[in-house]
Ligand binder design. Structure first.
Ligand SMILES: Nc1nc2c(c(=O)[nH]1)N[C@@H](CNc1ccc(C(=O)N[C@@H](CCC(=O)N[C@@H](CCC(=O)N[C@@H](CCC(=O)O)C(=O)O)C(=O)O)C(=O)O)cc1)CN2
Ligand code: MET
Ligand SMILES: [Zn+2]
Length: 759
């Protein structure tokens, strides 16, 4: 076995410091550039990343640098490697890279693979579809290509793949099939890949097994143990490079003990989100001590003490891949010196890891300057203005259970029915309308000072006028203003609340070419002025139909931001909840009768371990209720959740106590409705009747079929008709015919119900 480097990372961002990969991908997809242009842009990006990591101190000779590139998604990469292509894609005569994109984005009527959240992050992977007949055999050893490409540039990288167990745990079995039944076929391919890597002289390979940290994947600890033993005994039996298995995102003690009974050479542990195992045999322990999920400067002194207490051969690493954080904090123009001092993005984290490795090797004194700086940053957090604001602390301390309660639902339902007199199965949308290039451009000009406040506002009001006119023409029942003023549903609120800051270059990949700039929640949160009221009242002034007020909920604001770690999350959530409660109150006072508070990330933040879930649900639901319970009975509160897999939070949907809940449901054919009914849920529900993630326009028949299915599970008085999610990523060309079909289909189902009621 060759030695393992003393410092490494689990993975590095790949979208490019200036989103070069995003631009190259979107240009290629739009037919504006050739495949080889995309491929050379990607190669440039990879080599630049390796050089950067080497400048930051990772070894170029010891396999310290992971080859963690992906064109779209690391799980899809394995699907491509295995050739595990669902039948609907098998007859296309297209190049492998185009087939890869077809799986991600759909192609000529073949629906894309489903996309879902990667563990408890805002990154999405493409769900493999595996059944007894899925072809599984090595297509092309892409990890080997990456190794050779780097080798030519004089750098020994560590090929990195999602491990076989996690791959199958994340896969979807067709018709109840258990994907793990194909474990041996998958291992055959991995073994072949490893053998080829070995033959090419690759010293180390990394297999990521985050699946072992989750209780939500339908496997018992015991079964997992057997599967791991079987997989890694087989994988280590042939000729192969040394193997590092990583276990990021959570608690992995028992899996690590199991892995230590196999012949893998190194095991990674997430020491930030999990606990330290008792034993890891004679393996190299790759200690994930620098947090890959946040952007706060590490407590180097504490980390070094902890590392020094670990017996055996230890390598210093990130807790997870750094793909969840932006590249470089030094590029930001921070609004205070404190923020500059407190923050560390991927590059700063690599430097921290290198520092810790040096401290471990040469002793504390060798890194005393770095330790002192980190200590000073932590000390400063306690004193800095805005970190602890007395009035805000008093307000959250004064919250009572009564602040989280509304009048009984029956009373609300009557008051609302009188106030709004909506038809059966009211039609609505989830909030955003297409973010056109013109809107984005106006925002960019406004940011540069080339459009003043009034000019920018005037453009957005024009947009709202046209969105309202369109909805009236379509015949929708409850309208929205379309959210044109928002760059992002979280960032927009962060820009308008105290206690947050936002970044200019802090892009993080969310899925494919789509990125977000997570906001930074560093201080106590409060609202200094109304945020959305003028937009909502402007929109309402244009129509007699109700226009929904539109807010993002506390849990989602937290989930999609980098949150301070010196206060319990539940308390931070209540601060945000109180700020939103003021906004809800102002919307109500301004005559907005329906207010939607989106919580698409409620499921995402659900802890991976069962034992932690109850506490989470208490504070998360509590903060939503705090935000929404201050209103009159005749004010209708809506919420919106996406990303199916509601199973684990199904009772939480009821506990939110919203009057109307819209849910993603189209791709899963309304499966959620009977589950929800079983919990006793009896309020308004809008199961999505078409999938907005696909560019394909749903037909009237398709929508009618889904809505009729929904009408079997939910009485018409409580059923709503809406798309699965917001329309911001779509074009008007797609949106207009889709909504026309939605309105027609709804009319058809209403008529069917009347006929059967008369009969
Ligand atoms: N935070 C967050 N997480 C989420 C979602 C979400 O909406 N927000 N939705 C779910 C799915 N994830 C998504 C993530 C990103 C996007 C998305 O559309 N991202 C846009 C960027 C959105 C944005 O921040 N736009 C800004 C900045 C846009 C921009 O790139 N501006 C140009 C300049 C303007 C121009 O000339 O076009 C630039 O900076 O170069 C704006 O509109 O103001 C993208 O990648 O393209 C959609 C869904 C789950 N997680
Ligand atoms: C990711 S959930 C999106 C909800 C938001 N109101 C929208 O329509 O875009
Ligand atoms: Zn949504």
């Amino acid at each position: 076995m060759s030695t393992f480097p003393s410092a490494t990372i689990v993975g590095y961002p790949r979208i490019g410091p200036d989103r070069e990969l995003k631009r190259a991908l979107e240009s290629y997809w739009a037919g504006k550039s050739e495949r080889d242009q995309l491929q050379s842009a990607a190669a440039r990006l990879r080599l630049q990343s390796y050089e950067r990591l080497s400048d930051l101190g990772l070894s170029t000779v010891e396999a310290a640098i992971p080859a963690s590139f992906s064109y779209y998604d690391q799980v899809l990469d394995v699907t491509a490697l295995l050739g595990a292509i669902p039948e609907r894609f098998r007859d296309f005569d297209i190049e492998p890279l185009d087939l890869y994109f077809a799986l991600a984005r759909g192609h000529q009527g073949a629906a894309a693979l489903e996309m879902t959240k990667w563990f408890n992050t805002n990154y999405h992977y493409l769900v493999p579809e595996i059944d007894a007949h899925t072809p599984i055999s090595l297509t092309h050893n892409a990890p080997l290509d990456l190794y050779r490409e780097a080798k030519e540039a004089g750098i020994t990288v560590r090929p990195t793949l999602v491990g076989p167990v996690t791959y199958l745990l994340l896969a979807k079995g067709i018709d109840g099939y258990n994907p793990l039944d194909r474990l041996d076929d998958v291992i055959d391919v991995y073994a072949e890949v490893l053998h080829q890597l070995y033959a090419a002289g690759v010293p180390w390979v990394q297999l990521d097994e985050p699946g072992v940290t989750s209780d939500n994947l339908g496997i018992t600890t015991e079964e997992l143990q057997n599967v791991l033993l079987h997989a890694y005994r087989r994988l280590t039996s042939g000729k192969r490079p040394s193997i590092l298995v990583t276990t990021p995102y959570g608690e992995a003690v028992s899996a690590i003990e199991t892995l230590s009974e196999t012949d893998v050479e190194a095991i990674h542990v997430d020491l930030v989100h999990g606990t330290q195992p008792q034993t890891w045999g004679n393996k190299v322990l790759v200690a994930g001590i620098v947090n890959g999920r946040n952007i706060w400067r590490a407590d180097l002194s504490g980390a070094l003490s902890r590392l020094a207490s670990l017996p055996g051969e230890v390598s210093v690493a990130s807790s997870t891949s750094l793909q969840h954080v932006p590249y470089d904090a030094s590029r930001e123009n921070w609004e205070s010196e404190d923020l500059a001092l407190w923050t560390a993005f991927a590059d700063q984290k690599v430097a921290e890891i290198v520092t810790l490795a040096r401290g471990l090797d040469e002793g504390r004194d060798a890194v005393s300057a770095e330790l002192a700086l980190a200590d000073a940053a932590h000390k400063r957090r306690h004193e800095a203005p805005g970190v602890s604001v007395k009035a805000i602390r008093e307000a959250t301390a004064a919250v009572t259970q009564a602040d989280r309660e509304r009048a009984p639902y029956s009373l609300r339902a009557d008051a609302q029915a009188q106030r709004f007199s909506l038809p059966a199965i009211p039609t609505t949308t989830i909030g955003s309308f297409p973010q056109t290039p013109q809107i984005r451009q106006a925002r960019a000009l406004h940011a540069k000072g080339e459009l003043n406040e009034d000019q920018y506002r005037a453009r957005l009001e024009d947009e709202i006028r046209s969105v309202i006119a369109l909805q009236e023409k379509l015949g929708l029942d409850v309208l929205v203003h379309g959210e044109p003023e928002r760059n992002d549903m979280v960032q927009y609120f962060a820009e308008n609340l105290e206690g947050f800051t936002t970044t200019k270059h802090g892009w993080v990949q969310s899925y494919g070419s789509r990125c977000t700039r997570p906001s930074v929640l560093w201080g106590d949160v409060s609202r200094s002025a109304p945020i959305t009221v003028s937009w909502s009242t402007f929109a309402q002034s244009l129509t007699d139909k109700p226009v929904k007020g539109m807010l993002t909920g506390p849990v989602t604001i937290l989930a999609w931001s980098f949150v301070r770690e010196d206060l319990p999350l539940g308390e931070v959530a209540d601060q945000v909840g109180l700020a939103l409660r003021e906004e809800v109150g102002d919307l109500e006072s301004a005559g907005i009768g329906i207010i939607q508070v989106d919580e698409p990330a409620l499921r995402e933040l659900l802890p991976l371990r069962l034992e932690d879930q109850q506490e989470y649900l208490e504070w998360s639901i509590g903060s939503f209720r705090l935000a929404t319970s201050g209103v009159r009975p005749d004010t209708q509160i809506h919420t919106h959740l996406c990303y199916s897999e509601f199973g684990d939070v199904i009772s939480a949907i009821d506990d939110l106590n919203a009057d109307v809940t819209s849910l993603e449901a189209a791709r899963s054919h309304m499966e959620v409705l009977p589950e929800l009914a079983a919990t006793g849920f009896d309020r308004g529900i809008g199961p999505g009747v078409y999938d907005i993630h696909s560019p394909q326009i749903p037909t009237e028949e398709q929508i009618t079929e889904l809505l009729a299915l929904a009408a079997e599970a939910v009485p018409a008085q409580r059923l709503w008709s809406n798309p699965d999610c917001g329309l911001k990523t779509r074009t008007y060309q797609e949106v207009i015919p889709s909504l026309e079909n939605l309105v027609r289909a709804t009319a058809t189902v209403r008529a069917q119900l009347e006929v059967s009621a008369d009969a």
